[in-house]
Design a protein around this ligand. Structure first.
Ligand SMILES: Nc1ncnc2c1ncn2[C@@H]1O[C@H](COP(=O)(O)OP(=O)(O)OP(=O)(O)O)[C@@H](O)[C@H]1O
Length: 264
């Protein structure tokens, strides 16, 4: 069944709900994710974890960019394995590195995000994108390659929204950005989720990500070590000791393994 998209300001109904059961994925013989079971409910879910934990691998597997085993259900229906079929079900991924066309304008980049829909609908969504991202309207004719990192990330998110996804996956949207831009991008992710698109986000800015998220999962070496409502996770010992630099009487191995995580 094809997903019949609605612009995200109106909220896509039914809201996307992803059930992942016994997921395994990796690269060739190298298995990164082992028997992972998790649930992505409507709202904003953040995936946390140290470098190399398998966070990007999880998003790639869900987007069909790498092979996976196990069951993945989107609103109760099997999620296909092929990327184009997954996109047609309303799943969009904003990968790390943004992958914009630097020699094309903001408008042209955004239009590419809506290339599957008829011209009139594409124009309507472009107008919607400019309403949702007013900064981009001011820069409509600017070449994407000449924009700041934060602005480019905004274009990448807006372009993904041009496909009116019901599940938006964001891989480290704040990577390499100045603190103010980090706040802005995370606020955008929160707004998108509040408006009805389910958001699954990988983030290294643990504190800020948990502040905008509804729920979180902590991944270490391909398996889950913690999960729960974002507010509770932020107060949990796993997160506080490993990611937020809280004092602990015993030195946790988790803390050592995750020293590179930024708790901005
Ligand atoms: N294309 C690839 N081929 C082989 N191994 C890979 C490939 N991409 C990632 N890996 C390995 O898979 C493991 C998980 O990587 P992944 O990128 O999913 O981690 P991550 O949690 O997203 O970390 P980071 O925060 O550093 O991006 C790592 O050991 C990594 O070296």
């Amino acid at each position: 069944m094809m997903w019949n998209p609605e612009p995200f300001v109106l909220g896509g109904d039914p809201r996307a709900h992803l059930q992942v059961k016994g997921l395994s994925a990796g690269y060739g013989a190298f298995l990164v994710l082992r028997d992972l079971t998790l649930e992505i409910k409507p709202g904003l879910t953040v995936i946390l974890g140290p470098n190399g934990a398998g966070k990007t691998t999880l998003l790639k597997a869900l987007a069909g960019l790498i092979a996976r085993q196990g069951e993945v259900l989107l609103n109760g229906e099997d999620l296909p394995l092929k990327t184009n079929e997954i996109v047609q079900r309303g799943v969009a991924l904003v990968a790390e590195g943004r992958q914009l066309f630097p020699q094309m304008s903001v408008t042209e980049n955004l239009e590419l995000g809506g290339w599957l829909v008829p011209k009139a609908e594409r124009a309507r969504r472009l107008e919607q994108a400019f309403n949702d991202f007013p900064k981009l309207r001011e820069r409509a004719q600017q070449l994407a390659g000449t924009m700041s990192g934060g602005e480019q990330q905004m274009v990448a998110v807006a372009r993904a929204m041009m496909s009116a996804p019901r599940l938006l996956m964001l891989d480290e949207p704040s990577l390499g950005l100045a603190p103010r831009m980090v706040d802005e991008l995370l606020a955008i992710a929160g707004r998108i989720a509040a408006a009805g698109t389910t958001v699954l986000m990988v983030e290294q800015n643990v504190k800020k990500a948990l502040a905008v998220a509804d729920r979180g999962y902590v991944l270490e070496r391909g398996t889950l070590v913690a999960s729960g409502p974002a507010k509770l996770l932020a107060r949990s010992s796993v997160i506080r000791e490993a990611y937020l630099g809280a004092e602990s009487p015993r030195k946790s191995t988790t803390a050592a393994a995750t020293a590179s995580i930024t708790a901005a």
